[in-house]
Design a binder for this molecule. Structure first.
Ligand SMILES: Nc1ncnc2c1ncn2[C@@H]1O[C@H](COP(=O)(O)OP(=O)(O)OP(=O)(O)O)[C@@H](O)[C@H]1O
Ligand SMILES: Nc1ccn([C@H]2C[C@H](O)[C@@H](COP(=O)(O)O)O2)c(=O)n1
Length: 228
C-alpha cells in the first residue's frame, strides 16, 4: 500500500457457543489494533427487539415482516464494544435467558440473516486497519474472502464448565444441555448454518488456556498479514 500503511486484514472466527470466540477475538483485535465485531450480539439485539415488541417468535412470517424495522448499531472498539437498538443501549438486556432461549429461532429466519449480514459486511469493508469478526457463518457466508478463517471448538463439558463459572456456579449439566441444544439448532437451520469453512484453521481449545488460544490466533493473523 502507498505510504507504507498496512493493508487491512479481515479475520473470521467461527465456532459453537462457549468455545471462546468473543474473548479471543476481542483480545486479538486489541493486540493488533483491529476493529472487533460480535455478530452474536447483533442477532441477540434483533431478538430483543422482537421480544420487546411482542412479535410471535414461533411465526417466521411475522418475524420476516418486521426484520427491517429496528436500527441496530454496533461499536467496534475491542476495548469497549457497544450495541444499540433504535438508540437504546441493549448490551445488558441481550444477555438475558429470555433472549438466549429465543435467539436461534429468530436468527434462522432468512430475512433476519440478510439484514444482519448486510450490516456485518458494511462494517468489515470500512474498518480502516482491518477487523476480527466472530460468529457462526462468517467464514462460510458473510466474509468468504476473509484473509484468515479460524474455527474454534471445545468439548461440551469444557464449554459448560466455562459458562457455569460465568453464571456463578449454575448447574453444569443444565448449562451443557442448553448449549448443545442451541448448537444443534444453529447447525441445522437451512440458511447459513453454523459450519466450518473448508479453508478454516480449526483450533480445539478444550485443553488450552484462553491466553494460549489468543497467542495462537495472533500468530496466525501476523503470518497472514506479513504475507499480504
Ligand atoms: N480456553 C479457555 N479456557 C478457559 N476458559 C475460557 C477459554 N476460552 C474462553 N473461556 C471462558 O469461557 C467463557 C465463554 O467464552 P466466550 O464468551 O469467549 O465464548 P463464545 O464462543 O464467544 O461464546 P458464545 O458464542 O456463547 O458467545 C468466558 O467466561 C471465557 O472467559
Ligand atoms: N454469525 C452468527 C452469530 C450468531 N448467530 C446466532 C446463533 C447464536 O445462538 C446466537 C447468539 O450468539 P452468541 O452471542 O452466543 O455468540 O446468534 C448466528 O446465527 N450467526
Amino acid at each position: 500500500m502507498e505510504n507504507g500503511a498496512a493493508k487491512p486484514v479481515i479475520v473470521a472466527i467461527d465456532g459453537p457457543s462457549g468455545t471462546g470466540k468473543s474473548s479471543t477475538s476481542k483480545a486479538v483485535a486489541a493486540r493488533l489494533g483491529l476493529s472487533y465485531l460480535d455478530t452474536g450480539a447483533q442477532y441477540r439485539a434483533i431478538t430483543w427487539w422482537m421480544v420487546t415488541n411482542g412479535i410471535d417468535i414461533e411465526d417466521p412470517t411475522a418475524i420476516a415482516a418486521v426484520a427491517g424495522k429496528p436500527e441496530i448499531v454496533s461499536g467496534t472498539d475491542p476495548e469497549g464494544p457497544t450495541i444499540t437498538v433504535d438508540g437504546t443501549d441493549v448490551a445488558g438486556p441481550i444477555r438475558t435467558q429470555e433472549v438466549t432461549s429465543q435467539v436461534s429461532a429468530v436468527s434462522a429466519v432468512p430475512e433476519v440473516r440478510a439484514r444482519i449480514t448486510e450490516l456485518q459486511r458494511a462494517l468489515a469493508t470500512t474498518a480502516e486497519r482491518g477487523i476480527v469478526v466472530e460468529g457462526r457463518d462468517i467464514g462460510t457466508t458473510v466474509l468468504p474472502g476473509a484473509d484468515l478463517k479460524v474455527f474454534l471448538t471445545a468439548s461440551p463439558e469444557a464449554r459448560a464448565a466455562r459458562r457455569s463459572g460465568e453464571l456463578n456456579g449454575a448447574d453444569v449439566n443444565a448449562t451443557r444441555e442448553a448449549l448443545v441444544k442451541r448448537d444443534a439448532a444453529d447447525s441445522s437451520r437451512k440458511t447459513s448454518p453454523l459450519a466450518k469453512a473448508a479453508d478454516a484453521v480449526e483450533v480445539d481449545t478444550t485443553e488450552l488456556t484462553l491466553q494460549q488460544v489468543i497467542e495462537c490466533v495472533v500468530t496466525l493473523v501476523e503470518e497472514k498479514r506479513d504475507a499480504k
